[in-house]
Design a protein around this ligand. Sequence first.
Ligand code: NAD
Length: 420
Amino acid sequence: MNQQVASEDNPYAAMQARLDLASARLGLEPNLIAILRTCEREITISMPVVMDDGSVQVFEGFRVQHSTARGPAKGGIRFAMNVNRDEVRALAAWMTWKCAVVNVPFGGGKGGVVCDPFKMSKGELERVTRRYVTGILDMLGPDRDVPAPDMGTDGQVMAWFMDTYSMHRRSYLPASVTGKPIDLGGSLGRVEATGRGVMLCAREALKHLGMNPNECTAAIQGAGNVGLISALQLARIGVKVVAISDVHGGLYNKDGLDLAGLRKHLKVQRKLDGFQDGDRISNNELLELPVDILVPAATENVITSRNAERIQARIIVEGANGPVTANADKILDDKGTFVVPDILANAGGVTVSYFEWVQDRMSFFWTQKEVEERMEHIMVDSFAATVDMAQRFKESNRIAAYMLGVDRVAETTRMRGIYA
Ligand code: NAD
């Protein structure tokens, strides 16, 4: 069963299309579907910020809570020029399903500010962050809504976030946000968590398909937190990473890229440009390379009905949220591509965010080994549960993961009842 989404590039429509398929397979009540299709709470704010040259720039910011049925809304803050409300809504809903797939007690939320963090000074970035937190303050809190980093934001932004929230509440509240620096109540293993989860899913997929990592190649789209760490982690299990890209284009080396050198280069330059290794390729060429594993780890809608037919990878592990459109799902299914969907593949990040929140609330911190072992357990179990659901219902891994997540959210919604 599949259905075409008219506006293929609208991620919110894509989320709803997959939700509809999963709900139909689960036989969910129409009233429940109507609740799950929409977002609980949304805010759009206008944020005047004084720039370094004394001018005032007015930024637009969003925060969306899709569901708090299973716990506080959880989800990152994106700083990017193309952030828009439907994108944030979709990302918030994906967080709901993702938290339910890995069974951590959170709902789903997401936020964004329309800005280019790479063109702002540190001071400007700090003022944008603090103004944003102040604008959405009433939605936030360790028991309400707990943000985290996403595209264009990092540990420093989360530190300003936590500080602003704590100043307003007149209390030290590290559990108000995750992805913080370690000295501010961050968790060991959080920076690597999403990329490590991608590797664990790739490893389990290879095992499932009887493939040997040491004989496999991978291409990674995106060289940020998720992309770079996924590349390094895949190399650790023996996979040869032959291509990586950022927003400006990619690099391809059939003998395997020098990832240690690349990591050093990116730390200083923050872009691939200037790194001498292999040949330059475009992002589109990277996606269509003859590799065993493709990890789209940049942004939404990169594999669509326009290029899905040309994807050669046997396995796609979705490091990014929403990299494959709903229309492309069917084409990949028909080709037999083994897709590990975003709501499972990149859930390592929110899993360790959950650990960070737990540690902050206890003021008792775990070792890296404890974090990694607990996370691996959850990722391996969630992968197995998804594949098992797919086999039992003869569905794609994506719809199976939705079924797993949606069923858990539906059950808590039913138990809580409709308050009127
Ligand atoms: P990031 O800002 O650290 O890195 C993004 C990378 O993608 C950069 O290399 C950038 O140049 C590249 N990029 C951006 N737009 C692109 C485009 N149109 N084409 C090709 N490359 C492009 O962001 P991140 O935190 O690594 O997040 C990447 C994706 O992973 C997003 O979809 C995000 O929602 C998702 N994600 C992130 C986390 C996390 O813990 N950071 C967790 C789960 C999911």
